[in-house]
Design a protein around this ligand. Structure first.
Ligand SMILES: Nc1ncnc2c1ncn2[C@@H]1O[C@H](COP(=O)(O)OP(=O)(O)O)[C@@H](O)[C@H]1O
Ligand SMILES: [Mg+2]
Length: 208
């Protein structure tokens, strides 16, 4: 089986991704063993709709992760099939859900982000919103962070850089508003160069 490969066609106002799944869809829940889990502090899952085999047992993986003291997060990314199969069993065990605005509405069937967040009361919902930045909702509150103005070259990887900034902040003890500022900064700075990793933020770029 070949290694998975994605070709990204990026233009100033949109992008298309062509993926050869290869081994991407071969991951199974049982591959994420307890032995692996106990060596981590947090489990993050991305591109869920490209991994139907994992998705089928992800609620059980997240449950096991919680049992051994880890936290969990999920960025579904886009569903190329357009089916947006329900995530209710999985979101029950997801501490932080990190969709972009379009994905949040598609997953929940809601007509506004606020309505969508209200449908997921047990989960911290962190919504990426392109140049506008991001918003977050959690059981006791909500907040927003504006996008950082940059000369955008390519938004490939901005969502993943955002996730990395958010999770790094949370795992180093920052509160949610501060973590959202780290996330937006990491996402925005990553757009300064072509490709997903050429212009990543460093610790020195992130707010105190
Ligand atoms: N045009 C832009 N200008 C500045 N920051 C941007 C821009 N596009 C994306 N970002 C940053 O990257 C983050 C994620 O981008 P977004 O496009 O919303 O997510 P995704 O890549 O998952 O679709 C945003 O929250 C923002 O911080
Ligand atoms: Mg994304």
């Amino acid at each position: 089986m070949p290694t998975g490969l994605t070709v990204i066609l990026s233009e100033p106002h949109d992008r298309a991704m062509l993926t050869l799944p290869g081994t991407i869809s071969a991951l199974r829940p049982g591959d994420v063993s307890d032995e692996l889990l106990v060596r981590a502090r947090h489990v993050h899952v991305a591109s869920l709709y490209l991994q139907p085999g994992l998705a089928a047992g992800l609620s059980e993986v997240f449950e096991r992760a919680h049992r051994v003291g880890l936290t969990t997060s999920l960025d579904t990314n886009w569903d190329p099939s357009g089916k947006w199969e329900s995530l209710s069993g999985i979101l029950e065990h997801t501490d932080v859900f990190l969709p972009n605005a379009a994905e949040l509405l598609a997953v929940t069937g809601a007509s506004s982000p606020e309505e969508a967040a209200a449908k997921l009361p047990g989960t911290t919902v962190v919504m990426k919103d392109g140049a506008r930045g991001a918003q977050a909702w959690w059981p006791e509150g909500s907040c927003a962070a504006p996008g950082v103005e940059v000369d955008v070259v390519d938004t490939t990887g901005a969502g993943d850089s955002f996730n990395a900034g958010f999770l790094a902040a949370r795992l180093s003890g920052h509160d949610l508003p501060s973590a959202l500022r780290w996330a937006v900064t990491a996402g925005s700075l990553s757009t300064r160069a072509a490709g997903g990793t050429a212009a990543q933020a460093t610790r020195a770029d992130l707010p105190a």
